[in-house]
Ligand binder design. Structure first.
Ligand code: PMV
Length: 309
């Protein structure tokens, strides 16, 4: 009747930005991500005879409708009391939906006593938010159709991801609306999707070879192309702040001085720098000095969603 699960948010190196089927939450192209240890969400689901569903995130009441869609898809008819806690700043707009819905899928299935395969749990999480499908298997995950799978474990490669928080507050256009409008109005969208289909096999090859300059440069290009697509939407989607561009420039300057670090950016202003553990102090120190950067979070690879005893 009651269960608690933990999951980590993920950062995509080949991004998902466009659905081929909105109702079923299926992506136009496959994506590749890594789960990050410090972006952790704990979710408790209690099923019972409550008068209505309720959902609190960090003690604030939220709309439970997306969570209900996930529960309905799992065949859970009972009302749910859902309590979710993020161990990272949600207010800063860091991707919390991936870890939140991954933890919800795992906790809800357990609370209802349902035996689900990892693929089924990933497919359920997808109905809450697409990228949540990748937080269920965790590690290096590829999401292509109904569910995501782990392609390399978190221990495959010891990397660091330094997140430079570049603005306070939630983003103005959420990813669901943003990708829909980009798909419908950007003249570059077809080219973006074609590029993702080329990027994924190349990224997997570089990941297998642990080629940081190769994979870092690919991740930077992929992120900038996603933003180019979003910028070309009507109305334009500009997710960046001045600090975002300053971080991109700072990482370029670092690379020319011999420190290997590459950026990626989700649908928001924050910059995530990918580097080797030995370079993380230098990268973090440099990004901290960028005007407008309010916080820095250093993350390492993490595993999949798990049920707490
Ligand atoms: O799953 P959503 O709706 O949060 O969309 C995720 C979109 C990006 O974060 C920009 C890219 C990705 O693949 O995670």
């Amino acid at each position: 009747m009651k269960a608690t699960a933990v999951a980590h948010a993920n950062i995509a190196l080949v991004k998902y930005w466009g659905k081929r089927d909105e109702a079923r939450m299926l992506p136009e192209a496959a994506s590749l991500s890594l789960a990050l240890d410090r972006l952790r969400t704990t979710t408790t689901v209690e099923l019972g005879d409550f008068s209505a569903d309720s959902f609190t995130l960090d003690s604030r009441a939220e709309d439970p409708s997306r969570a209900r869609a996930l529960l309905d898809a799992a065949g859970i008819r009972q009302r749910a009391r859902i309590e979710s806690r993020n161990e990272f700043p949600t207010a800063a707009g860091l991707a919390s939906s991936a870890s939140g819905f991954a933890a919800l899928a795992v906790a809800a299935a357990a609370a209802a006593g349902l035996r689900k395969t990892p693929e089924e749990l990933s497919a359920l999480a997808r109905l809450g938010s697409g990228s949540a499908a990748r937080s269920v298997p965790g590690g290096w995950a590829v999401w292509e159709n109904e569910s995501a799978r782990q392609v390399f474990s978190p221990t495959h490669w010891d990397l660091r991801f330094c997140i430079a928080v570049c603005a306070d507050g939630e983003k103005q256009v959420g990813s669901r609306d943003g990708m829909r409008s980009t798909r419908e109005t950007s003249p570059y969208h077809g080219a973006w999707i074609a590029q993702c289909r080329r990027d994924l096999p190349a990224a997997l090859h570089l990941l297998a070879a642990r080629d940081l300059p190769g994979l870092g440069a690919l991740a930077e290009r992929n992120a900038l192309r996603m933003h180019a697509d979003a910028l070309a939407a009507d109305p334009p989607l500009l997710y960046w702040q001045p600090a975002t561009i300053a971080c991109l420039q700072a990482l370029r300057a670092l690379r020319s001085s011999g420190v290997q670090a590459w950026p990626t950016i989700d649908a928001g202003p924050h910059v995530v720098a990918i580097c080797a553990p030995a370079d993380a102090d230098a990268v973090e120190g440099r990004l901290r000095s960028v005007p407008g950067v309010t916080e820095l979070l250093r993350c390492a690879p993490a595993g999949g969603a798990t049920l707490l005893p």
